[in-house]
Design a protein around this ligand. Sequence first.
Ligand code: ZN
Length: 249
Amino acid sequence: MKLIETYKSPNFNDRRNKTSVKYIILHYTAMINYLDSINYMCSTDNKVSSHFLINKKGETYNLVNVSKRAWHAGESFWKGLTDINSASIGIEIDNSGHHINFENFTHLQIKSLIELINQLVKKYKISSHNILGHSDVAPFRKIDPGEKFPWIELNAKQLSYLPEINVKNNGNKKKNIKSNFFSPKLREKVLFFLKKIGYDTREIKTTSNKFNKLVESYQRHYRQTIITGEIDYQTYQLIEQHYKDMLTF
Ligand SMILES: [Zn+2]
């Protein structure tokens, strides 16, 4: 694929402790115009960057050399790791985001993204489980790339993981989304599963707002049609299946 090298961001440093690339983190730009996003990330004032940006036409800009540590994830956490920037490649996808229009991602964008991820996965041997959204690694601060991001298209190319549950058990939508259905003990179990999957569960109680934030983040990626922040039967099934699949990957 053709990478555009016209713009370079000065906002990077060396990956710390020679950390190798293990994750790909997907973002949306949260701006109307992709050139504004590029300018923003190329200005020393802003101290943010990403390795790549894909505009709506599917044109892919390489802003930071992949060997370097771009500054895209901010304060983050995954599986005990807090310096996500050192261990990841950041890809910004041009989309105005929830606070503006949150338009659909374009076909050309996703096509280019798949091509890019395909190359990176091969080169850095990245597991499909480790291709995550910004909201996964910063669930209390971030909601990008959001519930419109087509994880299912990446999943179809084996480029991202989605749990598969028995649809037969999910015919009754009302039952599936019934909240507060779960006992404290089951909620503890959910928290345990989310922790094992990789989410930041440090100091989280199942009765706290942060617990709901975590569930919301989970749904935004893995059950995009209904985002409630509440544990329901289907969400429980997905998280449980996810945990089981984690044990074998
Ligand atoms: Zn982001």
